[in-house]
Design a binder for this molecule. Structure first.
Ligand code: IYR
Length: 222
């Protein structure tokens, strides 16, 4: 049997309902500023902001506290170029027949295509890897649990933290993403989960005029 974690006291300041609602509203107002951006400025991002946002992501809950994630930050133009080339190769196949008609129709309003210039233009790419399993200090395999849920939540924290800092992102999934492990030299227990270009919107950047579902469409109270 493994040992228990020692426990430590935990409490939070109790806000009044009004204070609590004001904080929730402030968070909502901030998160409503987040949009998926495909037109990036080349301006560099402050490295400290990226580090702080990744620290926030790594504070996400995870199955059995395995923290089954790695966040690879790519600034190097040559690596970005290789990632763009490999992503475009996959996307050419996706848009050229690998995605079924229904999927292409669903994407048509977004006007996306196989071209992924943003992978070179954005000053930083954060490639999030999930660790499908880990290793003990003795090099034995350790099972990880709820890996997709854990890493998905961590990515949510990451997007929220970058957004709060005034940076913009795209949640990009050039599937399949196996090339990322090869290009970035990651070990076999890691699988690319999400590719997140980070930066500032280009001058004149536009985003689709999307409608978010109303609260009553997404919230059910019983
Ligand atoms: N990965 C492709 C296709 C794509 C798929 C979905 I679902 C989107 O919401 C957007 C794009 C691409 O990045 O173009």
């Amino acid at each position: 049997m493994s040992e228990q974690f020692p426990t430590i006291p935990y409490s939070r300041q109790r806000y009044t309902a009004g204070e609590s609602a004001a904080r929730a509203r402030e968070f909502l107002d901030t998160i409503l500023l987040r949009r998926s951006v495909r037109e990036f400025s080349g301006d560099p991002v402050p490295p400290e902001v990226v580090s702080l946002a990744i620290a926030a992501a790594a504070a996400a809950p995870s199955g059995a506290n395995m923290q089954p994630w790695k966040f690879v930050v790519v600034h190097d133009p040559e690596l970005k170029r290789r990632i763009r080339e490999a992503a475009e190769e996959e996307e050419r196949l996706n848009y050229g027949g690998r995605m079924p008609e229904e999927w292409l129709r669903a994407l048509a309003p977004l006007q996306t295509d196989w071209r992924k210039e943003f992978l070179e233009i954005a000053p930083a790419l954060i490639v999030v890897f999930k660790e499908e399993y880990g290793f003990s200090a003795e090099g034995e395999r350790i099972a990880h649990y709820y890996v997709n849920e854990s890493v998905g939540i961590a990515c949510g924290f990451l997007l929220a933290a970058l957004n709060a800092a005034g940076l913009v992102t795209l949640t990009h999934t050039p599937s399949p993403m196996g090339f990322l492990r090869d290009i970035l030299g990651r070990p076999r227990n890691e699988k690319a989960f999400l590719l997140i270009p980070v930066g500032y919107p280009a001058e004149g950047c536009r985003v689709p005029d999307l409608r978010r579902k109303d609260l009553h469409e997404v919230m059910v109270v019983r």
